[in-house]
Design a protein around this ligand. Structure first.
Ligand code: FAD
Length: 320
């Protein structure tokens, strides 16, 4: 019988939205689903996973698990897979899952596809859609052999349906001595805007067209007004106008919000690799031939320093 194990991600005291999107999809697919929840101070979040449909939550809550390390997490996720009898393991795509999911596949001799942007589900028959070659092509992939399927899925691929927490049925995982070869000694987090790019339903991103840090600040009120995350092209980040963790694209964050505002961004293939999965794209660029217009749903040809204040004022009017 098919069974899904969703490996939960927990950040700043709560379950991350992409995990809840996966649980929503698993529920809609009508396949029995469990969850694995690993970290420090995570026990209280088990009920949220249960509310979203996890029948059993496999739990490891320990101070030693505060920071991710594959040596500590891999044996625990392996236990959760074995105890749950899962035939599919779903991760949300993130730095953690980019490390953990292929390691799990190696350990359990399973098939693995990372970075799904769509998935057709018929029991354990999965057809996975995945952009490749900087989104120039969309691959369609299936698993050839029977056995465990492991997939990581981009945030925003599935819609989230809200659900109230219910009391979780939990099973504690056994903590062992991790066979660590490398240890993370410190994590320095860059100060970042309130809204995380990976979780935002609206993103406003700026490109070199803003001309400098002052130009960045002229666009920021639009993002604030929309409650949006504030992103950037690599040109902006490389110029030091915005921090590195705001970069969208092939070598930055891959995002798929409901709405993506591209302001003064040309639309290089490496940028589009990170945002072309957005449900609606609005582009502002003074060059009518800018490549971004080829994927934009709404395009405004004009000087962003004139367009953005008008856009901001109009949105203010609609909001009030
Ligand atoms: C291996 C590799 C990986 C890369 N990874 C990434 C990545 O992850 N993310 C990324 O973004 N890039 C990435 N790049 C860089 C990418 O190729 C582009 O150089 C970059 O995206 C360009 O950024 P931009 O569009 O902001 O700047 P530009 O290409 O300089 O475009 C600026 C745009 O602003 C418009 N403009 C100028 N003034 C105004 C105005 N007043 N009003 C309106 N519009 C205006 C211009 O018409 C132009 O289209 C990568 C490149 C390589 C080689």
């Amino acid at each position: 019988m098919s069974k899904i194990l969703v490996v939960a991600e927990f950040k700043n005291g709560e379950i991350r939205k992409p995990t809840l999107e996966l649980l929503t999809k698993a529920r809609q697919a009508g396949i029995p689903t469990d969850a694995a929840l690993i970290g420090s101070g995570v026990r209280g979040a088990a009920d949220q996973l249960a509310g979203h449909g996890a029948a059993t939550v496999y739990l490891a809550d320990d101070g030693a698990l505060e920071r991710y390390s594959s040596a500590a997490y891999l044996p625990l996720v392996t236990q959760a897979v074995e105890k749950s009898g899962a035939t599919q393991v779903w991760f949300s795509m993130s730095e953690t899952s980019n490390s953990l999911a292929p390691a799990l596949a190696g350990r359990l001799d399973a098939g693995y596809v990372g970075g799904a942007a769509g998935m057709e589900i018929d029991g354990d028959d999965l057809t996975i859609h995945r952009p490749a070659m900087a989104t120039k092509v969309m691959q369609k992939m299936t698993f050839l052999k029977d056995g465990l399927r492991i997939v990581s899925i981009r945030s925003g691929t599935f819609d989230l349906e809200p659900a109230e927490p219910v009391t979780a049925q939990t099973v504690d995982l056994e903590l062992g001595e991790p066979d660590a070869r490398v240890v993370v000694t410190d994590v320095v987090q860059e100060v970042q805007d309130d809204v995380d790019l990976g979780e935002a339903s609206v993103i406003v991103s700026v490109g070199r067209g803003v001309k400098g840090p002052e130009g960045v600040e002229e666009v920021r009120p639009l993002a604030k007004l929309l409650g949006a995350a504030f992103g950037a092209s690599r040109a902006v980040v490389d110029s030091g106008w915005m921090p590195h963790n705001t970069q969208v694209g092939q070598t930055g964050r891959v995002v798929s919000p409901d709405v993506y505002f591209s302001i003064g961004i040309s639309g290089a293939i490496q940028h589009m690799a990170g945002m072309s999965g957005s449900k609606l794209i609005v582009a502002v660029n003074k060059d009518p031939d800018a490549p971004i217009f080829s994927i934009a749903d709404y395009g405004i040809v004009g000087d962003l320093f004139k367009v953005v204040p008008i856009l901001t004022e109009e949105i203010k009017k609609v909001k009030s």
